[in-house]
Write a protein that binds this ligand. Structure first.
Ligand SMILES: Cc1cc2nc3c(=O)[nH]c(=O)nc-3n(C[C@H](O)[C@H](O)[C@H](O)COP(=O)(O)OP(=O)(O)OC[C@H]3O[C@@H](n4cnc5c(N)ncnc54)[C@H](O)[C@@H]3O)c2cc1C
Length: 481
């Protein structure tokens, strides 16, 4: 968690804050916090950079109150940082100096599952896990799962277009959204919650808010798609001799299983050994340079598991896999996933880490790992690679332990750029990765983002300076010229 900037007196406590005073006349007392009433958690984010002391905090209970908050802040040019569960990695939710916080934490209504429509409607502050549990209780399934499921919110998931472990089967958060309600910076409410699979009546404005990291509007509600619950699930842990072999295995399983292949995770030896030590458990397969965790979401339990087992056996015979374990029970299934989860937990025991969340086409992954690895070892021969990620989506959490962080990041992103990849596969840009956006996006694309921002938020009050600056090379805050 980030440190606070200072523990001294807040100059704003002694100065009038016009937007706060105006809101006091419009909202119930429990919706507003200022000064010492602001609990430390509003400044606790996962970013390394300390949060500023917020000018004040808004905690609306419904869409109407969000609209009041934003129209008031817009009229008085009060910049606002939007917060969901504060589990983002790159500081989009972190308050910058002078900003007020708009927290969606009191907006936690969750409607009943619509089984016939295969959907559920949630307010922005509902934690992801509640949606997953409601779906299972209704005999259905929600397609996105991420490690922060207990704290990350539906509004934050929509705003960051969260990915996670089953994108291969169900798509990213964007693919789960049937409709969104969002409030623009001037308080205008856009409601599109009809839950229609088909609606070509004009521009699809919903899509603009998904992955916009709170720069274009505040998501207040979402109508989410649910999937049929898998008849059975199982997973195999594979030792693979090379990255090329891992990609071959991916192709084989895709052909054999089609959409039933629900996850295909790659783990480098450094990350695997760390996870194993952390869990203090037996290795599920013999040692290898790389490991794969492949998961099946079966529709016809016995038949699909037989097809999975046969594909793995043939990969073993052909030397694509050097050793393999197929989970035979829910307990073994959970144990294999626990090892994968331990890869992220292991990172908290390490120092000097640089974390790059990259994607390239799976067929280019071998080239990426070879070229990026060579460039890093040339800079820092002692660098280590506790890397893991979602190879099925061409996405690696490319984590390096090094004494040369700045040079290493630059080298990795240049390599991603050469291979036509992305420097932010699923964790977004926020504030902290803004200097690197140009490695993934052209000048024309960034200029178009600015034009959209200007149209939606002409006073630049909403999450200013996130993803890109409103003016090229300009400051994070202030009106758009
Ligand atoms: C252990 C762990 C595992 C994770 N695993 C994954 C993973 O596998 N895949 C993945 O994609 N991410 C992952 N994340 C990152 C993070 O959980 C996601 O980005 C998540 O979607 C953020 O949700 P949040 O509610 O915490 O949003 P916050 O962190 O509060 O905010 C994230 C961004 O969205 C904006 N925002 C928040 N709410 C709204 C709203 N209602 N309207 C408009 N803008 C809003 C914020 O201003 C900020 O820019 C992980 C994080 C942790 C800690």
């Amino acid at each position: 968690m980030a440190r606070e900037t200072s523990s001294g007196p807040n100059p704003q406590e002694t100065m009038p804050v016009p937007a706060f005073e105006s809101l006091m006349r419009q909202l119930p007392a429990e919706a507003l916090l200022i000064g010492d009433a602001i609990e430390p958690r509003f400044r606790e984010t996962l970013s390394e950079v300390p949060a500023a002391r917020p000018a004040f905090v808004m905690r609306p209970r419904n869409t109407r109150e969000v609209s009041i908050c934003l129209s008031t802040c817009d009229a008085l040019h009060q910049p606002v940082a939007v917060q969901g569960g504060r589990t983002g990695f790159h500081g989009g939710e972190r308050a910058c100096p002078g900003e007020a916080i708009l927290s969606l934490e009191r907006m936690t209504d969750l409607a009943a599952v619509d089984v016939a429509g295969g959907s559920i409607e949630a307010q922005a502050g509902v934690p992801l896990q509640r949606v997953q549990e409601a779906a299972v209780d209704a005999g259905m399934y929600f397609g996105v799962d991420i490690g922060s499921r207990g704290s990350a919110t539906i509004g934050g998931n929509v705003a960051s277009n969260a990915g996670g472990i089953r994108v291969l089967r169900y798509g990213m958060f964007r693919a789960q959204v049937l409709g969104v309600e969002a409030v623009l910076a001037d308080g205008t409410v856009l409601t599109s919650l009809k839950g229609l699979a088909k609606d070509n009546s004009g521009l699809d404005l919903n899509q603009l808010f998904i992955g916009s990291e709170g720069t274009l509007g505040v998501v207040t509600r979402a109508c989410l798609k649910l999937h049929p619950r898998p008849a059975a699930e199982t997973a195999a842990f594979c030792a693979v001799p090379s990255l090329a072999a891992a990609v071959k295995l991916l192709s084989r399983l895709r052909v054999a299983l089609g959409p039933l292949l629900s996850a295909f995770e790659l783990i480098f030896a450094d990350a695997f050994e760390g996870a194993l030590a952390l869990r203090d458990t037996q290795r599920p397969v013999a040692a290898a340079p790389f490991y794969v965790l492949a998961e099946l979401h079966a529709l016809h339990a016995e038949h699909d598991i037989d097809v999975f087992a046969a594909a793995l056996a043939s990969a073993h015979e052909d030397g694509i896999v050097s050793d393999v374990t197929l989970a035979q029970s829910p307990r073994e299934f959970a144990a294999l996933w626990a090892l994968r989860d331990a890869c992220s937990e292991h990172l908290s025991t390490l120092d000097r880490l640089v974390a790059c969340d990259i994607s390239v086409q799976p067929a280019r992954m071998e080239t990426f790992v070879a070229e990026a690895g060579d460039s890093i070892r040339a800079l820092d021969p002692t660098a280590r690679f506790p890397v893991f990620g979602h190879l099925g989506d061409g996405n690696l959490h490319y984590i390096i332990q090094t004494d040369r962080p700045a040079d290493v990041v630059d080298g990795v992103y240049r390599c991603v750029q050469r291979l036509g990849g992305s420097i932010a596969a699923e964790h977004g840009i926020g504030i902290d990765k803004k200097p690197y956006l140009h490695f993934s996006r052209s000048d024309a694309e960034i200029a178009t983002m600015r034009r959209l921002k200007r149209a939606f938020d002409p006073n630049n009050i909403l999450n200013p300076g996130r993803i890109f600056d409103a003016v090229a090379g300009g400051s994070a805050q202030g009106a758009v010229a």
